[in-house]
Design a protein around this ligand. Structure first.
Ligand SMILES: NC(=O)c1ccc[n+]([C@@H]2O[C@H](COP(=O)([O-])OP(=O)(O)OC[C@H]3O[C@@H](n4cnc5c(N)ncnc54)[C@H](OP(=O)(O)O)[C@@H]3O)[C@@H](O)[C@H]2O)c1
Length: 198
């Protein structure tokens, strides 16, 4: 059992919080109420960022103390939306939100994962015709192992989880968001994941 704070109570945050609670973890969910994120982060061992990517660096940068020595699991994507409300541009081209977070929070171990799929797949990887990859990016091997164990709790088998390497590799998975508007326009909001065929 691990104490986990989920920041954001939307589609992603709510879904992850429900599944992690079912898996036996002690989960606190923080909405945007002032102080809620700080309170939740302070008492947790693992903090999951499930808030919009655009403001994540400011929001999490303000929690430097609360996130000291913690694992920060970042599942967000930082994009500017186009007129149709779908992601159009990356906010950190040539870098990634995960790298920016790691730089802003040197005493926190950032792990990027699950940002390459629609939210229902995160907690039900077998719902698609092919089982997708869950990618991991992060500089700390132990933190990545802890996140790997959490993914297993969410229904991911070890062989479906691909460790891409250091935090810089999040550039690749964050850029995969650029597939999303085109996939949604062609196929609607049916669950999908960006994955590597082998
Ligand atoms: N949806 C997906 O399938 C999917 C897949 C992969 C990654 N992601 C990423 O996951 C993150 C969450 O996506 P989502 O679909 O769950 O979004 P969502 O349903 O809109 O939920 C976002 C959550 O963040 C909160 N929030 C928004 N602005 C905030 C602020 N300024 N301060 C504090 N909290 C704030 C929202 O609170 P309110 O309800 O009060 O606005 C809500 O609880 C995003 O970064 C997204 O790119 C989403």
């Amino acid at each position: 059992m691990t104490t986990i704070a989920v920041l954001g109570n939307g589609r992603v945050g709510g879904n992850l919080a429900t599944a992690l609670t079912r898996a036996g973890h002690e989960v606190t969910v923080a909405d945007r109420t002032p102080g809620a994120a700080a309170d939740a982060a302070r008492t947790a061992r693992i903090v999951i960022n499930a808030t919009p990517g655009a403001g994540s660096l400011d929001r999490l940068g303000a929690l430097r103390e609360e996130l000291h020595d913690k694992i920060l699991v970042d599942v967000s994507n930082a994009t500017v939306d186009g007129p149709d409300g779908l992601p159009a541009h990356l906010i950190y081209p040539g870098s990634s939100l995960a790298e920016q977070l790691q730089e802003a929070l040197p005493a926190t171990r950032v792990v990027k994962t699950l940002n390459t799929m629609l939210f229902p797949v995160m907690t039900a990887p077998t719902m698609l015709d092919q089982v997708p990859d869950a990618f991991l990016s992060g500089d700390d091997p132990q933190a990545k192992q802890t996140v790997r164990d959490l993914l297993v709790d969410l229904g991911w088998r070890k062989e479906w989880i691909t460790d891409l390497g250091g935090i810089q590799t999040a550039r690749a998975t964050e850029a995969a968001i650029l597939f999303v508007p085109h996939v949604i326009r062609s196929g609607g909001f049916a669950p999908f994941a960006v994955s590597i065929a082998r």
